[in-house]
Design a protein around this ligand. Structure first.
Ligand code: ADP
Ligand code: MG
Length: 339
């Protein structure tokens, strides 16, 4: 007798959720990335109790068509790619069609959305992956997701959640990166009625740096701008005198996506060479732009890691671009300080 059977959609989603939805910050990440992909210019995130109680993400993007609202929660359902070839030319932050069904399977969701300016839209209520209602509703253009009681039906995962402060730390860390990579989007983060981050969205990256790291940090930044045949690099690095005790203030983005990459981090630190005191790290916000075909973003469900097909050209390019700017800065004589 055959023993192998295909798991039903519900269990499949819960298994996927294990990878995609690690903690409240993962929900924030997936919902905010969807808002960016929808062309939003304003995104508001309001969380309660570190996101364990409630996460609300409101955007003014394209909205979801009434007939698409239910299918948005199907597994591998996406409007962003259509065939295998598209995988080599990803220009959106999402493409796997996994986030909504995964989040929905481990929480209680309310979605309100409208794709038009007429004030009419849809509202869906989903609990533990089960659609409870899908009705016409008043709604401004854009989309709002409210995710409550994350992991309410997966007690083992819930037990692993850390303190509210730790979960909040992960969320604000991520929101900082989003604001830094998208200075043209007005981003707000609120926690239990406190505003933790607010950017105006006027495209000025230094204003975002000031909002996150303070005005002194913004004053200590040197602009970076470099180009070669495959890559263009833009952003800011701090003068060697402005350092921090951890690497957390090094943010690297590839085609608008926040990524973590040791090779890139090392290239940035090598550019400072002996200029940094031991165990001190610079503040760096660097955005790389390259053709989507030379970077593979389909490496990890959370898409935090990517693979570069020409890394032995990329890393020296980044190192030299930063080094050139730092060297110039060091050559300019600093005012002599008298005792
Ligand atoms: P993916 O982002 O990989 O396509 P998701 O499960 O995150 O998959 O979302 C499924 C689909 O729902 C998206 O492809 C998009 O069409 C729609 N969607 C989700 N969030 C939004 C939003 N904030 N605004 C407009 N459309 C959205
Ligand atoms: Mg998505």
């Amino acid at each position: 007798m055959a023993k192998i059977h295909i798991l039903d959609e519900h269990i499949a989603n819960q298994i996927a959720a294990g990878e995609v939805v690690e903690r409240p910050a993962s929900v924030v990440k997936e919902l905010v990335e969807n808002a960016i992909d929808a062309g939003s210019t304003k995104i508001e995130v309001t969380i309660e109790e570190g996101g364990l109680q409630s996460i609300r993400v409101t955007d003014n993007g394209s909205g979801i068509e009434p007939d698409d609202c239910e299918s948005a929660f199907y597994r591998h359902a996406t409007s962003k790619i259509t065939n295998g070839r598209d995988l080599f030319h990803i220009t959106s932050l999402g493409f796997r069609g996994e986030a909504l069904p995964s989040i929905a399977s481990v929480s209680k969701i309310a979605l309100t959305t409208s794709s038009k300016e007429d004030g009419l839209g849809r509202k869906l209520i989903i609990e533990g992956g089960n659609l409870l209602s899908n009705d016409d509703s008043a709604a401004p253009r854009g989309t709002e997701f409210v995710v409550k009681e994350l992991f309410y039906n997966t007690p083992a995962r819930l037990k692993y959640m850390k303190t509210i402060q730790t979960e909040l730390g992960h969320i604000s860390d991520y929101m900082y990166r989003i604001a830094l990579s998208h200075p043209g989007i007005g981003i707000t983060l609120r926690h239990n009625d406190n505003t933790l981050l607010q950017t105006v969205g006027n495209g000025d990256l230094l204003q975002v740096v000031a909002a996150i790291y303070g005005t002194q940090a913004a004053k200590a930044m040197l602009p970076i701008q470099a180009e070669d045949k495959d890559y263009s690099l833009q952003g800011y690095v701090s003068i060697p005198e402005w350092t921090r005790s951890n690497r957390n203030a090094i943010s690297t983005f590839v085609n608008g996506r926040y990524i973590r990459n040791n090779g890139l981090n090392h290239a940035i630190l090598r550019a400072y060479h002996t200029l940094l005191p031991i165990n001190r790290y610079p503040l760096a916000i660097l955005s790389l732009t390259m053709h989507p075909s030379i970077v593979d973003v389909n490496v990890h469900p959370a898409k935090l890691e990517v693979r570069f097909s020409k890394e032995n050209e990329l890393y020296p390019f980044v190192e030299q671009a930063i080094h050139a700017v730092l060297r110039q800065q060091v050559l300019i004589p600093q005012p002599v300080k008298h005792p």
